[in-house]
Design a protein around this ligand. Structure first.
Ligand code: SOE
Length: 411
């Protein structure tokens, strides 16, 4: 058997996404026969002690304290961007121009302008055989990939509705600290871009239809949070008596949408759905059937077939059969997979695309369509001109914002 060539990876950032991506780079060649073998060559982070500890823990061969060094090194083939959104454009464009393949976490950028520049750089790099992907990892959850197969097969008929929610509750406590995800200058937006981006991409990908217009509202329930905090990751605490700083992003987003294939969409993203920990949900209703997915039951896909006995209801497909997407590479039927497996599948598909010289998906251009929807949601929510008040009501106290229909840019 010929020795597979290495694919030498340099990762920027090593927090939650860095840990998930490290696991994926390490695990993919152990469960899938890959045409290129990922090597965890180097991880970059500003703090030398912390990045050295992360390299030891996550299995990286060397460290850099400046991401630019990763791009200069000729022993690195691909840059994996696991940093806050305000850094994505600079790192991705520099890497692509230097001939490095790129995997960039979602959302692609913090603005449409940045995402357009990144997509232009990706398009010109692709002409030189340098490829890129945006990390909408939920596409690689087997049940969602099976959902797409069913829609593409015509099993659901013409799609009338797509209903998507992403519900978390880690910010319900008003003393949860002011992390970078709550700072617009770093994250670009709050629940909208962090988790709303996932359901926008999933809805467009599964239905094959893009959002072309919407009406939205955004809300920030807790306006100030503790600045200092010894928290780690998402859920630490800064303490009720710590000095407080302003929250500059949305806590919750909701919007209705029209899609270019005629379907109607309803979307909701929040970190205040107390009791919902990571409920990324999608329901699609067609003329011949429906399907429903909830990440909190991620090995199941619920399907309704109009041709069946009318009151037979939804039936549960346990998505662990060898013929289901990705699952045959893991455990016997019924044993199930977890959150981290989608990241491993993401690496598998990326490596196979690079080896074949084919454009990985989702491409930066795919991710740009999501960025345009995010921008339209913010424009709609900010335009107070056409919010329709209910007659006789005094309106909502506080900062409720009007919502009006807004065309998605570029659609
Ligand atoms: C936090 O909301 C978060 O970590 C997102 O940033 C990830 O993209 C998602 O996969 C899990 O939740």
């Amino acid at each position: 058997m010929t020795e597979s060539k290495p694919l030498r990876v340099g990762m920027v950032g090593y927090a939650f996404m860095g840990a998930a991506h490290s696991h994926a780079w390490r695990t993919a060649p152990r469960f899938f026969d890959l045409p290129l073998v990922p090597e965890l060559a180097a991880v970059a982070g500003r703090d030398p002690e912390r990045v050295a500890a992360a390299a030891a823990k996550l299995g990286w061969g060397s460290t850099e304290t400046d991401w630019r060094r990763l791009i200069e090194r000729d022993d690195i083939d691909l840059i994996d961007i696991c940093t806050p959104g305000n850094t994505h454009a600079e790192i991705a464009i520099a890497a692509l121009e230097a001939g490095k393949h790129v995997l960039c976490e979602k959302p692609l950028a913090n603005s449409v302008a940045e995402a357009e520049r990144m997509t232009a750089a990706a398009d010109s790099a692709a002409a030189r055989g340098v490829l890129s992907m945006c990390g909408f990892s939920y596409r690689r959850t087997p049940a969602l990939a099976l959902a797409k197969r069913l829609v593409d097969s015509g099993a659901l008929g013409e799609i009338r509705h797509v209903r998507a929610q992403y519900l978390q509750d880690w910010l319900t406590d008003e003393n949860a600290p002011l992390t970078w995800r709550l700072d617009q200058s770093k994250s670009g937006s709050g629940s909208l871009g962090d988790i709303g981006a996932h359901i926008i991409d999933a809805a467009q990908w599964v239905t094959g239809q893009n959002i072309v217009g919407l009406s939205a509202l955004l809300e920030t329930f807790v306006k100030e949070r503790p600045i200092a905090g010894d928290f780690v990751g998402l859920g630490g605490y800064g303490g009720a008596d710590a000095p407080r700083g302003p929250v500059t992003v949305d806590d919750a987003a909701a919007f209705t949408a029209r899609l270019d294939g005629g379907a109607v969409g309803v979307f909701e993203a929040t970190r205040f759905a107390l009791g919902r920990k990571n409920a990324m949900r999608l329901e699609v209703n067609g003329t011949k059937g429906s399907l429903a997915f909830d990440f909190e039951d991620m090995n199941s896909l619920w399907v309704y077939d109009a041709a069946q006995e009318p009151n037979a209801g939804f039936r549960r497909i346990q998505v662990t059969e060898p013929e289901h997407p990705y699952t045959g590479h893991w455990w016997p039927v019924g044993h199930g997979l977890g959150y981290e497996h989608a990241f491993t599948h993401q690496v598998v598909d990326l490596v196979e695309a690079i080896a074949a010289g084919k454009q990985p998906t989702p491409s930066f251009a795919d991710a740009l369509t999501v960025q345009r929807v995010l921008e339209a949601v913010e424009a709609s929510a900010a335009d107070e001109s056409r919010w329709t008040k209910v007659s006789g009501s005094a309106g909502v106290s506080g900062s409720a914002r009007a919502s009006v229909s807004t065309r998605v840019g570029g659609a």
